[in-house]
Ligand binder design. Structure first.
Ligand SMILES: Cc1cc2nc3c(=O)[nH]c(=O)nc-3n(C[C@H](O)[C@H](O)[C@H](O)COP(=O)(O)O)c2cc1C
Length: 372
């Protein structure tokens, strides 16, 4: 394992992950829809956000804690739900769950997680949110809701930006599937990445752990195109806990979601993995905040790469943000120590950024936008 001191940024973690992971796995995690231009535009839009430095404000005592629903998170970011995290390293899901427990922050547990939803909430000491995909006939959706309820989940994240899985050429070229098959291409790929192959495949091929019951499966490429507003209204009736809708970039949709009675909206373009032509979600965030007004819980993910990015997203109107790929790269680069190290970097960066802009906590950050 490389010296962690050499990992000081998202770019360092990504480069280390790229060296270590088989091409198929790296391209599954790193890939985006179409040409990747949509993802790049959003990253550029985030970088372009300017925060105004201030002087002579006493910022000696800074607090990164944030209230999410009725819960006090110790850090202002969580982990977005991601399928098959254990491809980044054996036990990656559990590392994320332990991080969530330590910082009392939510870890998203994907429908297609590589560890069961029951184990995840236990290891996360309750700090887990279950992420649901709509299943065509509804039966799979109902079964997963029942299991999430029985396991003690209090927050359901309904991902609605996947009516069909986006075309991600990089993973398609590598022949990535869930569960993946080992053909000649993958055989060569794995042979050229022996450290990953010996550690990961020796522990058994990572699989979709929520679907081990006979007759209860999940087809990642199945159409979810039949989900409509009626479905969401029924879900709102059915799920009494917090309901978050993830994958929103339209202010019109956001206003209607609020009317339907969801508890929060997660602005996201799925990390640029669904529609290359999608407008930058970081800009949509600010429009949606304006459309919904103050006070309605608005979360954000996509393109978060640093602590400064977290502060930028709060400045654009977010009440909480989530990291995706960055966490998997930190784990691929350095295992659980890598994750702890990278999380520390992020919290330090957030704290330093607050000091620079004359703030001691995460409130009122829209006022810190330069020129506001
Ligand atoms: C490898 C990978 C798997 C993902 N799987 C899911 C998933 O199962 N459910 C979901 O709602 N979002 C999924 N996402 C999207 C993330 O939750 C999140 O929206 C995105 O990664 C944020 O962008 P970022 O990676 O630039 O931080 C996945 C993303 C990645 C990179």
């Amino acid at each position: 394992m490389m010296g962690l001191s050499r990992i000081q940024s998202f770019g360092d973690a990504r480069a280390a992950a790229r060296r270590r992971l088989p091409w198929m796995v790296f391209d599954y995690i790193d890939g985006a829809a179409g040409t990747g231009h949509g993802e790049a535009l959003n990253l550029a839009a985030i970088r372009d956000i300017r925060l105004q430095p201030r002087i002579l404000v006493n910022v000696e005592h800074r607090n990164l804690g944030v209230q999410v629903f009725d819960h006090a998170a110790k850090i202002p970011f969580g982990i977005s739900p991601m399928g098959m995290c254990n491809l980044s390293a054996p036990g990656a899901d559990l590392m994320l769950a332990r991080m969530a427990a330590k910082h009392q922050t939510p870890v998203g547990v994907s429908t297609v997680a590589s560890t069961s939803l029951e184990t995840m909430i236990e290891v996360a000491e309750g700090h887990a949110w279950f992420q649901l995909y709509f299943s065509g006939d509804g039966s799979g959706t109902t079964r997963l809701i029942e299991r999430a309820e029985a396991a003690g989940y209090r927050t359901l994240v309904m991902t609605l930006d996947v009516p069909e899985v986006g075309r991600r050429p990089r993973e398609l070229r590598r022949g990535f599937k869930m569960p993946f098959k080992i053909g000649p291409l993958q055989f060569i790929d794995f042979a050229l990445h022996p450290v990953w192959s010996l550690s990961t495949l020796a522990k058994g091929r990572p699989d979709m752990a929520n679907f081990t019951e006979p007759g209860f499966g999940f087809d990642r490429t199945a159409s979810r195109a039949a989900a409509d507003w009626g479905f969401l209204e029924r879900l709102r009736e059915r799920w009494k806990g917090n309901l978050v809708v993830k994958g929103v970039t339209s202010a019109e949709d956001a206003v209607r979601l609020k009317e339907v009675g969801v508890d929060a909206i997660q602005v996201s373009s799925h990390g640029g993995r669904q529609l290359d032509a999608c407008p930058p979600p970081i800009l949509a965030l600010s429009q949606i905040r304006q459309a919904l007004g103050e006070g309605f819980p608005l979360f954000y993910d996509t393109g978060m790469r640093s602590g400064e990015d977290v502060v930028r997203a709060y400045a654009m109107g977010a009440d909480f943000v989530f990291f995706g790929r960055a966490m998997l790269y930190a784990i691929a680069a350095g295992g659980e120590q890598g994750l702890t190290h990278f999380t520390r970097i992020l919290t330090e960066e957030i704290s330093l950024t607050l000091a620079q802009i004359g703030r001691v906590d995460m409130t009122g950050l829209p006022d810190t936008l330069a020129g506001s």
